[in-house]
Design a protein around this ligand. Sequence first.
Ligand code: AMP
Length: 279
Amino acid sequence: MKVLKSKASLAEFIEEARSKKKTVGFVPTMGALHIGHLSLIEIASQYADLVICSIFVNPTQFTNVYDLEHYPRTIDSDISLLRNSACQVLFLPEIDEMYTRDEKWTFNLGYLENILEGKFRKGHYQGVTQIVKKLLDAVNPDYLFLGQKDFQQVKIIQHMIGELNIPVKSIMCPIVRETDGLALSSRNIRLSAIERTHALSLSKILFQTKDDFPVKSIAALKKQAWQMLAQAEGVIPEYFEICDSETLLTATKVNSNGIVALLAAHVGDVRLIDNIILK
Ligand code: AMP
């Protein structure tokens, strides 16, 4: 696996691969890699000849300095995990490679950036679209692999790809969970043993919601989930919503073709998100 730090060396490598008619699959990450990330790389290798992964902790998407400073950074183990995966190139830029000073970016995401995550992390999706646009410009992939774990992020990036007519096909990959249900997340490293048991409430609530989805109304499902969240030890909820998978607006059982339940909560000083597709 090649580790490339500059856009120029990346472009050169990709040009060489393109001259051999290779297709390119891209998996952007912020590192602290786990099996969830590796599943995206595995799926990418089924679609594309050349799999490129990036690791870049993007400062512009953090709305909280504490969170940015405490974001786990485990580059040595990330590189050894990637060396044992189907990834052929790691793009590992420094901040100056991706940003010039005092750079401005605003992208019209409409209501999508002010709901769910956006309500609690103002400006987060501006930072996400900014870095994803820069990475797509640098890699110019045929396929982009995104995790369902960040469901709203997938919808936002797909929106940007559509608005800007970026010639890439995005593929949403399923959430990888621990055997006890906890969704894998780089942030889980920061949970203490007891906090980790508290965090299990999140997936339990989502699984319960899915079990009851066929027989309960959306209002009843929400009420039940909020009751469970209120009783969950060590969990401070931010939101629980049941949304139309396309619009992310409140779902109705009759009108929504796809329905997803999404939540965010703090466990200790770690903020976790999770979701489950109901229909
Ligand atoms: P991150 O490094 O957290 O920015 O995540 C990079 C990519 O991995 C994003 O597309 C995430 O949605 C995806 N991802 C994160 N956690 C998981 C998981 N548990 N299962 C599958 N994909 C994931």
